[in-house]
Design a protein around this ligand. Sequence first.
Ligand code: FAD
Length: 380
Amino acid sequence: MNFELSEELKMLREMTYKFAVAEFTPHIRECDEHETYTPEIRKKAAENGLVGAWIPEQYGGSGAGFLGNAIITEELSRVDMGIGLNVIAAPFGCEAIFQNGTEEQKQKYLPPVCKGDWVAAGAYTEPNAGTDVAGYKTRAVRDGNDFVINGNKMFITNGTVCDFMVVQAITKPEEKKHNSFSMIIVDAKAKGITRNKIKGKMGIRASDTSEIAFEDVRVPQANLLGKEGRGFYQLMHFFDTTRSMIAAQALGLSIACLDASVKYCKERTAFGAPLGSYQLTQKKLAEMAIQIEALRTLTYRAAWTFDIGKPDYTLSAMAKFLGGQTAVFCANYAVELHGGYGYIDEYVVQKYYRDAKILELYEGTKEAEIMTIGRVLQSK
Ligand SMILES: Cc1cc2nc3c(=O)[nH]c(=O)nc-3n(C[C@H](O)[C@H](O)[C@H](O)COP(=O)(O)OP(=O)(O)OC[C@H]3O[C@@H](n4cnc5c(N)ncnc54)[C@H](O)[C@@H]3O)c2cc1C
């Protein structure tokens, strides 16, 4: 077993971090305060091969694999999770196209996203059903050569900035719940689509999150992804791949919390000595470091299983769960170690605290991950 990263991956890490420091840093505060999306940064990131890096070169990606993509995600999130999400989630939904699409669909949609010209979205969650994936109500009815889509989607990342989205809809209502869904690629500018940005998020405020309404939206039947009626299972497989990305976001944010805390504990004195000289303080820093190392190993291993063609879905769920827990844990300690200064916006840790919570909510809540892991254990 070799835990050493290849020279290529080490260079990728260094290049990504430098890119994020140079390009993100001047905009972090502005984007957080005004909820500003960052298309120019996304384009520059694409020029550097950082968008859709997991996508093979034949479809325009840089072919860095899922481990490479995890490292990119980690480094971008270390600098800013919101702006980082605008880069790494630009291909969100493309996982489903890559896994289920025809050669023509892959050639049409993946290269423009990797190039930074197009943005994708994965539109699954609905106002009345998130965790309950089989409870979605959006309908797509066949009419001539088209599907006609009606329904509502909620909390869609890139919703108002995307060029196309992968939508989960019921196409076979006569079938049992799990066999009634299909995935369909929808042009974001199609007639009948209304997109509204959701404002006032707690964290990752540079990311675009939207609600989307479909009213008699016509989409060619050729936009069906894979086999009709397999949408539920396709979505489960989609989550399996994207969850290691969320774990990598959590890893980056947790490292940022630890770095900021170590620095502050060296600088700040109390009772005549640096905070870092006290064992109670060191305990907090040590606990953060231990959690981070455990998360790093689990995240890299989960991503690597996809690269070797032996995906371990339970590991992805575990990494995502541990990621959320670790980020919230580290952000909490980071604020505590900064005392009152951790509570004001002069110090970045208050932002880390706000950004961290989403990692326990999206791409499956922490309870959803536990349910997934529990189901697997029961089936053995
Ligand atoms: C910023 C942001 C970005 C997002 N991006 C996207 C996106 O791009 N695409 C997309 O489709 N969705 C997206 N989501 C949606 C996200 O995935 C959902 O919010 C999440 O899955 C939870 O669904 P819900 O909000 O409907 O909560 P609910 O499903 O209503 O859950 C509420 C609570 O009940 C718990 N719960 C539910 N069922 C059970 C059960 N059986 N047992 C125990 N506890 C249970 C949940 O864990 C949670 O704690 C995003 C959300 C946010 C906030």
